[in-house]
Design a protein around this ligand. Sequence first.
Ligand code: DGL
Length: 271
Amino acid sequence: MEDMRTKSIGVFDSGLGGLTVLKEISKVLPNENIVYFGDTARVPYGTRSSETVTKYTYQSINFLLEKDIKAIVIACNTASARSLEKAQERYNIPIIGVIKPGAKRAVISTRNNKIGVIGTEGTVFSKAYEMEIHKLVSTIDVYSKPCSLFVPIVEEGWADTEVALLTAKDYLSAFNGTDIDTLVLGCTHYPILAGTIKKITGNKIKLVNPAEETALDLKKLLEEKNLINNQTQKPDYKYFVSDMPERFMNIGQNFIQKPFDNISVVEIQKY
Ligand code: DGL
């Protein structure tokens, strides 16, 4: 009989941001094989409509389903916000996103019940973090701010520059007077900016990276379904992108310190 445990985990994002999620998964589940898809031809998702993001999400999942996988992680806040529930209803495979885990971690973190959320326009306007936080504790005050320039700043390799600091100062001034003690980095790229953001928020505000809790939730899910891979050999990582593999590899190096020795281009529109 086929051993489900040795199958791969499918991880996808609008581009390379999901590598921050892959990084956390590889720490928590070091024996798992991973197939990563980055939709680099159609990034960003953050400024697109819910219908479009859902269509792209389905295409990414359809592609991953061909790759002998046992579970899927939507490693993109925007796609999780817009399409997780629809995808869970549509497909007969375990699928998790990053919003629920991020919301859970934020609720555990806050002491004064005031949480800030930053993300793309799509994520913030969907109110997905608010909804998930309020499902856990309905009395928490949630303040959100889209930070659209953070993604290009990170992709330009400018995360630790004066430009990033000034931009972050401007965006984060939205939280002045709110007294938040927790800030959710609700976009895959933002953990790369954590050092810069911390310079502004200081130690009083705890930064939450949803990818960390997502990796733990994935582990729990695989344990429950008896799907943990116990292989002792080096796990296999395969990367697929829909455009510009060289750019993905160059910039991706800022996200994970692993070589991309197995990368291919896929025509995602076909799926
Ligand atoms: N990966 C996206 C997210 O986490 C950011 C980039 C985009 O807008 O597609 O929301």
